[in-house]
Design a protein around this ligand. Structure first.
Ligand code: DQA
Length: 152
């Protein structure tokens, strides 16, 4: 008899961009009290429960995020990305996501549409499969659940 193993559905790359290392202390009225470690832990737990493993990376550097997306090709089955402020500026991240052709979910902790005008546009959304905004850190779990439902 076969039994399923925790990681047999493959790896989800969990990418967090600039300033998300400050979660927990950064504008808590907007981003809440959870730290980046909490976010990575809850996302990994949700992924594990759904049969995925995770690779988690946070960087304040656009190039490091690009390298991680490139490295995901062939090693990950999907990407969950909160690109922070690069969401609103980076054609390069958009091209990387489009280039690796992996299913990708864009997450924002805050509801960017309720905030400043410059946060309303995302360069990434048009090349992502789903966008989750304003659900707090629960958005990362919702992204895992998207992959749990849509990936074989
Ligand atoms: C954010 C929203 C962005 O506008 C902002 O620059 C961030 C965090 C969010 O998770 O709500 O750094 O991506």
């Amino acid at each position: 008899m076969t039994s399923s193993h925790a990681a047999d559905r493959g790896t989800l790359l969990i990418l967090n961009g600039p300033n998300l290392n400050l979660l927990g202390t950064r504008e808590p009225e907007i981003y809440g009290a959870s730290t980046l470690a909490d976010v990575e832990q809850l996302t990994t737990a949700a992924a594990k429960a759904a049969g995925f493993s995770t690779t988690c990376l946070q960087s304040n550097h656009e190039g490091a995020l690009l390298d991680a997306i490139h490295a995901a090709r062939g090693t990950a089955v999907g990407i969950i990305i909160n690109a922070g402020a690069y969401t609103h500026t980076s054609v390069a991240l958009r091209d990387a996501i489009a280039g690796v052709e992996l299913p990708t979910v864009e997450v924002h902790i805050s509801n960017v549409h309720k905030r400043e005008e410059f946060r309303h546009h995302s360069y990434l959304s048009a090349v992502c499969n789903a966008v989750i905004v304003g659900a707090g850190v629960h958005g990362y779990e919702l992204a895992v659940s998207y992959f749990a439902k849509t990936l074989a």
